[in-house]
Design a protein around this ligand. Structure first.
Ligand code: URA
Length: 427
């Protein structure tokens, strides 16, 4: 059968600020997925989108075409509401770990299909793989059974979800076209909608350690994604949250699991607790349980029981000791004062250089590598007090990690001006 359109015409149309029709977008995505449209043509089109944008209708068409490229899961047979969350990624962002069991402890199913880390932002699956025996892959049947019996599951997204996005995202990664809001929004939402969740809360971050540094851009991304969710019949809302400083005290893998367990035990750093509770309330509101007492679930140990069941259901031992690094290096305060700046991006890069993250998708991570902050933004320190400890198995890594941290922190006379962690809700 002859092809319905010519890729060059569609590239020219976008280059010249035009709009593609629904049929043209459906064809482009399908033809690219089956290899008829070449990588260089799709890259040129993606660059035209980055420069000239897309209309709201085009973004919806693109999202739906990417969903149609693969399987669409459904959990309607579970007989309970489903709700998921997606974070655009940050430094020390372990919120998924306490959040999923906390929300699941209210009888709601949470199908959290996650990824691995690339670059300075960590991956949820990498963190959980610090737990002895825990496995990230579940078949669709295993996922369904776990959601029914345990309530929450955190597992690797199967290759069958939005394969067009997988191919396009890899291409964007190497052609400088990741940062286009229509492409980010359609990429994230195509996977989340295909996953089959009934409701979705987005944690859209802004600031130095976030994908979108600028709050206005983060707001636009959030609005676009919330609209796409509504178009697809998924109740969607977003929280705009600050990612200028690392979340919590732990940045890495095993240490982030340790901190998450502290939160589930009713402790943990205030910012991690605040964001976990804010996202949990929002998820439960969308799942039809607006009066759920999330603080009580942490206090009473109910969320912890749910965590233990989740880890055990995926082969993990929640009581197994987490790995510790062979080498550590502690940086101390050169003067007395108040911690006035901790730059999230620099701490993320440093943890990555210690081995907590990977440069290529196929690289392994060092589960025990990372950074533990002894002082948080606004804390008073005396000269000689420990500020943070770097951990790794390979001492050769300290030099490059310390280089990343050279201008990343500051001790001043006065406490810094700080905005709210959760800036606003959209949707
Ligand atoms: N994460 C995604 O899944 N897609 C993007 O385009 C960016 C971040």
């Amino acid at each position: 059968m002859p092809e319905r359109f010519d890729a060059v015409d569609l590239i020219r149309e976008k280059r010249d600020h035009g709009e593609l029709s629904t049929e043209q977008i459906e064809w482009l995505v399908d033809a690219y997925t089956r290899g008829y449209v070449a990588d260089e043509q799709m890259a040129a089109w993606a660059m035209a989108v980055l420069l000239n944008g897309m209309a709201r209708r085009e973004i919806r068409d693109l999202t739906f075409a990417m969903i149609a490229s693969g399987e669409r899961m459904s959990f309607t047979g579970l007989g309970k509401p489903t709700v998921d969350k997606h974070s655009t990624g940050g430094v020390g962002d372990k919120i998924t770990l306490p959040l999923v069991p906390l929300v699941a402890s209210f009888g709601v199913a949470v199908p959290q299909l996650s990824g691995r880390g690339l670059g300075h932002t960590g991956g949820t699956l990498d963190k959980l793989e610090s737990i002895s025996g825990w496995r990230a892959s579940l078949s669709n049947d295993e996922l369904f059974a776990q959601l029914r019996d345990v309530g929450g599951a955190i597992c690797a997204a199967g290759a069958g979800l939005a394969p067009a996005d997988k191919k396009l995202y890899a291409l964007r990664d190497i052609t400088g076209t990741v940062e286009a809001i229509p492409l980010i929004a359609s990429s994230i939402m195509s996977k989340k909608i295909a996953e089959g969740t009934g409701a979705l809360v987005l944690d859209v971050k802004f600031g130095s350690g976030a994908f979108m540094r600028d709050v206005e851009k983060a707001r636009e991304l959030a609005r676009t994604m919330v609209e796409l969710g509504s178009d697809a019949g998924v109740a969607t809302s977003a929280l705009l949250t600050d990612m200028n400083a690392p979340l919590g005290r732990a940045i890495g893998n095993a240490n982030e699991v340790r901190e998450s367990v502290e939160v589930l035990a009713g402790g943990g750093p205030a910012d991690v607790v605040e964001l976990t509770l804010a996202l949990a309330r929002e998820m439960l509101r969308l799942a039809g349980k607006p009066d759920a007492d999330v603080e009580e679930a942490l206090r009473s140990g109910r969320a912890m029981d749910s965590w233990r069941s989740l880890i055990q259901a995926q082969g993990g031992d929640p009581d197994a000791p987490l790995p510790h690094a062979r080498e550590t290096h502690t940086v101390t305060a050169p003067r007395s004062g108040v911690v006035a700046r901790l730059d999230a991006l620099a701490f993320g890069v440093a943890a990555w250089r210690l081995g907590a993250g990977r440069a290529r998708q196929q690289d392994p991570v060092l589960h025990a590598a990372g950074i533990d902050l002894h002082a948080k933004l606004g804390d008073r320190v005396e000269k000689g007090d420990p500020l943070f400890t770097l951990s790794t198995d390979d001492p050769m890594r300290f030099e490059r990690a310390l280089e990343a941290l050279e201008r990343a922190w500051e001790i001043a006379d006065a406490a810094p001006q700080r905005g709210a962690l959760v800036l606003e809700r959209i949707g």
